[in-house]
Design a protein around this ligand. Structure first.
Ligand code: PMP
Length: 362
């Protein structure tokens, strides 16, 4: 029996998706070849790849002149690839620092540019995001993390700034709600939260971003595997892509289309999150980590007023089949990750457990 899985990523996938992946392994659609054993240059794989791209384009309404890439190396490689392609060594980009992943992103950018933090919380506690205009100085782009997986904060608005290109790490909230892609120049996201298994990174590039890469003057040129322009020319297949991961992505996107796309899932996501926040707010045991204006719909983080209860909660929940609720070590406490594929039944099971727990320990 499958547990209720609240893991932050890799995270729960719909059972119907897993069953389709399973059945494609021995033989994929009457090809007499297993999915993982087919050439990435074959027509059959090309059609899977095209289908995944088309579905992502249609779900997010990606403008026609934007490029969609499926790369490897995770979002962590994009931390370096973005500045390497978009900036010259003497250029800078402004980074909004809302937590661990933004900190890592700016660290990589500093290796190859003059990039800087344009915002960080005054007290160093990552429980909020900027609501005021950020000062981007003469930066070439502004980078932010739309959902902070570890801290459970999320931007519900596009950061206010002076109209320079926007780059966003959407690893933990891509396809969880509608977005206006035309407002961004680069969107990147590791797949292992909302899009399937780990090992595939979706990268969406505006014409400006591709042009920046093509005209980059760095000494010796950009390394092939880190070159957006080349990846666009080769349709993400300069080398062997993660064929299984791309099929899994295509299958996940079909599932999302079937349940009504990003508009429908956004309503569900907000409702799922709200139920848990209501329970946290209404119980004397708990205190939420994130400020209320930027509470994440994807990762709900909270602490117990009496910290000794946290371990008991996590242990007892685990015994009841509610898995993956331990908060990240940098925040502590409890974290429930409830991405697109986390069913309402799992959220309800968690709520029932929380209510019983409050009665027992309140
Ligand atoms: N950005 C965010 C917001 C993340 O949540 C994560 C992973 N949890 C990463 C970046 C790093 O992703 P990857 O492991 O795919 O490199």
């Amino acid at each position: 029996m499958r547990a209720h899985n609240f893991s932050a990523g890799p995270a729960v996938l719909p059972l119907s998706v897993i069953e389709q992946l399973q059945s494609a392994l021995p033989e994929f659609r009457n090809t007499q070849l297993g999915l993982m054993e087919m050439s990435h240059r074959s027509g059959d794989f090309q059609s899977i790849h095209d289908s995944a791209k088309d579905k992502l384009r249609s779900l997010l309404q990606i403008p026609e002149d934007y490029q969609v890439l499926f790369l490897q190396g995770g979002a962590s490689l994009q931390f370096y690839m973005v500045p390497l392609n978009l900036l010259e060594a003497s250029d800078s980009a402004a980074y909004i620092n809302t937590g661990t992943w933004s900190t890592k992103a700016v660290k990589e950018a500093k290796r190859c540019s003059q990039s800087f933090d344009c915002w960080a919380p005054i007290d160093g506690i990552f429980n909020t995001i900027p609501t005021e205009q950020v000062d981007v100085k003469d930066a070439k782009y502004l980078h932010y993390t739309s959902n902070n997986t570890i801290y459970g904060t999320q931007f519900h608005h596009i950061p206010k700034q002076d109209g320079i290109p926007l780059v966003v790490d959407m690893s933990s909230d891509i396809c969880s709600r509608p977005i206006d892609v035309s407002k961004y120049d680069v969107i990147y996201a590791g797949a292992q939260k909302n899009l399937g298994p780990s090992g595939v990174t979706a990268v969406i590039l505006s014409p400006w971003a591709v042009e920046q890469s093509r005209k980059n003057q760095r000494d010796g040129g950009l390394p092939s595997m880190l070159n957006y322009g080349l990846m666009v020319d080769k349709d993400s297949m300069f080398n062997t892509p993660n064929t299984f991961g791309i099929f899994a992505l295509d299958t996940m996107l079909s599932w999302l289309q079937d349940i009504g796309g990003v508009e429908a899932i956004a309503i569900q996501n907000e409702q799922k999150a709200q139920k848990i926040y209501d329970e946290i707010d209404n119980s004397p045991l708990w205190k939420p980590h994130a400020e209320s204006h930027c509470r994440s719909w994807m990762n709900i983080t909270w602490r117990a007023n009496d910290e000794s209860l946290e371990q008991i909660f996590i242990r007892e929940a685990d015994k009841e089949g509610l898995k993956g609720l331990k908060g990240h070590r940098s925040v502590g406490g409890i974290r429930a990750s409830i991405y697109n594929a986390c069913p309402v039944e799992s959220v309800d099971a968690l709520l029932n457990f929380m209510k019983d727990f409050s009665q027992k320990h309140g």
